[in-house]
Ligand binder design. Structure first.
Ligand code: SF4
Length: 708
């Protein structure tokens, strides 16, 4: 489809979620732009949700920061010049390092940062600061799916196929995902699936807007979808639906996984999950009937202390039925944050180097160190995961640099995390707005936004995209790359931190060459001409890359992974022998109800940006507690009554929203708001042993009416 935008319109992408919808931006004066449809971008074909349509409102000077702020002697944040602000940060980081060592410095990045920024931030932490203590909020987003995908397939890419394959899949099981609210333009793929005669199964404790559109909605108790997947696999075996030839030819570890699943009888699974056996049988029938089928997970199964195994159980179901690495079939993760995918590939994760290389791999260290012009031994080892890093603030970690994240609202056990942030010797925050985390900082740096800078992101399909600058940023604002350049120079590293995004990307290409996420065959020109390129995309041999069967022609990119072989050493996918186990916190007499958390359509993540948009606030003005009429009756609560939700971590208060669309044993709170309705005050930081993902999706609470 052609792009029919105004001649001065700039084709680019939304700043928010991992769908990375295409949009056109036309400068209209007054430092802002008008959003219009960009029909030539295949993922959303012009459709946008309210968040994307209203994103330019955060560009307005009244909604954002336009001057650095420093903490004055009387404790207030006051405007300052850039030199003073950067001097303060560099001076403080330098003093902390001299006194306590490099690992007393922490760096906390964000899944919204472009690939260039994520790459530069990881390099800054390891080369300039010399610290191992870097991680990012994407750990809270997709790390369990990444760990399970790597374990099973040898490689993690959110979706190993493009979204356009969904309508041809025959059946799709969406597990703990609510795209009708989190990424509405993606729903057209599921609508097309059903129009083609395919079926949609939604697994969610709530009857969400997505579940409303499903052919079958399974509503398990929060934290039991691992058992649900095992129960389905049990039935697959019992009903003779295993694709024996595929299992034999393309997988390993089946016998152990089979034995684990056979211990999960349907009746046992019904007792654990609350999903009746006939519903379980129906789900198996729908999933196995067509030639092709998919399982897509999101935060529901992933944000658990057993998230890696839960995703592994769903992957097992795909493998046993021959539904991975085949056309129109497979397992995928619907990544959440705008650059959640690219953000985890290029070095801001505690254990990774650019190109999705492992920091513990000597060959990877040598390769990246050579690109960076340092000795491999100078690179620190893996650091703490996101929650563990935040939990160490004020103790082992004395100073922190935050770039594009708002953990005061988005981290689990948020009141504790807020306390840890307050206990730091020094906190610097780079953000576009004065977020709740920035409010605690000693220095706040105002940075450019998506419409004001060029850079690449990688959407949930693994499609690398070019965001283009459409607007000159206001005076007083600098890019994150300029910030890192300025700090590196002040800390004695004059070279290696360019401010031009394309220059950073060129280095990223070399650093990623030969790695699992190989971007070496991608450049800005291709991204502009081809509307995105799927990784891996190695450079042809003529450009110094390996011959991957394309001779000297440019590699076309890889929309579909694993069709010939998986990325494991022997090319086979690996089953995971997983078994059900309870959540880290089960209900008891003191905390008899389950809390699950999530998002609403009109707000995004911690809400730092979207809470500044009037139209979005009108649609979603504040937190609420969603509960079933039976629970409301037991409490004596009416619609809108203030309810206190209390967990072992704290107490949050928000009005009741009563609906039959939730299980009577469960309450739901969206997590976009700070203050007394902050859902993450309640959530449990129990960590998955592999992915280090906190258990956002289930904890035990009690619910009380609040007397006036
Ligand atoms: Fe932006 Fe996601 Fe909405 Fe698309 S669905 S407009 S990427 S927030």
């Amino acid at each position: 489809m052609q792009n029919t935008a105004a001649p001065n319109a700039v084709p680019t992408h939304c700043p928010y979620c991992a769908l990375q919808c295409g949009m056109n931006l036309t400068p209209v004066g007054g430092g802002t732009v008008e959003v219009s449809e960009r029909a030539d971008f295949p993922v959303n074909r012009g459709a946008l949700c309210g968040k994307g349509r209203t994103a330019p409102q955060v560009l307005a000077p009244g909604a954002r920061l336009t001057s650095p702020l420093v903490r004055s002697r009387d404790g207030a944040l006051v405007p300052a010049g850039w030199d003073e602000a950067l001097d303060r940060i560099a001076g403080s980081l330098g003093r902390t390092r001299a006194e306590y060592g490099a690992d007393a410095l922490g760096v906390f990045g964000g899944g919204g940062l472009t690939n260039e920024k994520a790459y530069a931030l990881g390099k800054f932490a390891r080369v300039v600061l010399g610290t191992s203590q870097i991680d990012y909020n994407g750990r809270f987003c997709m790390s369990s799916a990444a760990a399970a995908g790597t374990r099973a397939f040898g490689l993690d890419r959110g979706l190993p196929f493009p979204l356009e394959d969904i309508p041809e899949a025959g059946c799709v099981i969406l597990v703990g995902s609510n795209p009708a609210e989190t990424m509405p333009p993606s729903m057209r793929y599921f609508t097309a699936l059903r129009e083609n005669g395919g079926t949609l199964i939604v697994v969610d404790p709530r009857r969400t807007r997505t579940a409303e559109q499903a052919d079958l909605h399974l509503a398990p108790r929060p934290g039991t979808d691992l058992a649900l997947a095992l129960g389905m696999l049990h039935l697959v075996v019992a009903e003779g639906r295993v694709d024996e030839a595929y299992v034999e030819e393309r997988t390993s570890g089946w016998e152990e996984a089979r034995a684990a699943a056979m211990a999960h009888w349907p009746e046992y699974v019904e007792r654990i999950t609350g999903v009746a056996v006939p519903e379980l049988r129906e789900a198996v029938r729908l999933f196995c009937a067509p030639e092709a089928a998919m399982v897509l997970t999101a935060r529901g199964p992933e944000q658990q202390a057993k998230g890696t195994d839960t995703v592994g159980a769903w992957i097992n179901l795909c493998l046993a039925t021959g539904r991975a690495g085949r056309p129109r079939s497979g397992y995928g993760c619907l990544t959440g944050q705008g650059n959640g995918q690219g953000g985890r590939e290029h070095g801001q994760k505690a254990d990774q180097l650019p190109g999705y290389r492992k920091l513990t791999d000597p060959a990877a260290r040598r390769h990246v160190a050579e690109v960076w012009g340092v000795g491999p031994d100078s690179l620190p080892g893996p650091g703490r995961s996101a929650y563990e890093l935040l939990d160490a603030l004020g103790t082992d970690i004395r100073s922190l640099l935050v770039m594009g994240s708002n953990p005061v609202v988005s981290a689990p056990r948020a009141a504790h995390v807020e306390g840890r942030l307050r206990s730091l010797d020094f906190l610097a925050v780079c953000d576009v707005v004065l977020s709740e985390t920035a409010e605690l900082a000693d220095v706040v740096l105002p940075v450019t936004q998506w419409a004001e800078e060029t850079g690449t992101t990688t959407n949930l399909e693994g499609r690398v995209l070019l965001r283009r600058r459409a607007l000159t940023p206001p005076e007083g604002v600098r890019s994150d790359l300029e910030v890192l350049h300025g700090l590196a120079g002040r800390l004695g590293v004059e070279k290696g931190f360019p401010v031009e995004p394309e220059e950073v990307f060129e280095e990223l290409r070399r650093a990623s060459a030969g790695g699992p996420a190989d971007y070496s065959g991608i450049d800005y020109r291709r991204l502009a001409e081809e509307n995105g390129v799927f990784w891996p995309c190695p450079a042809p041999p003529a450009d110094g890359g390996a011959d991957h069967g394309t001779g000297t022609a440019p590699h076309p990119g890889t929309p579909r992974l694993f069709l010939d072989r998986f990325a494991t050493e022997d090319g086979r996918a690996r089953f995971a022998p997983v078994a059900h186990r309870p959540s880290a916190e089960e209900p008891d007499d003191a905390y008899p109800v389950l809390l699950t958390t999530g998002r609403v359509v009109a707000q995004y993540q911690s809400g730092a940006q979207t809470r500044r948009v009037a139209e979005l606030n009108a649609a979603a003005p504040g937190p609420f507690v969603e509960l079933h009429p039976l629970l409301a009756a037991r409490l004596g609560a009416a619609e809108g009554d203030p309810l206190a939700v209390v967990s072992r971590r704290g107490r949050a208060v928000a009005p009741a929203r009563i609906t039959t669309g939730i299980r009577p044993d469960t309450v739901f709170m969206p997590f976009h708001w700070p203050g007394e309705g902050r859902a993450n005050t309640l959530t449990n930081p129990a960590l998955d042993p592999v992915s280090r993902m906190p258990e956002f999706k289930v904890c035990a609470v009690r619910v009380e009416t609040v007397r006036p």
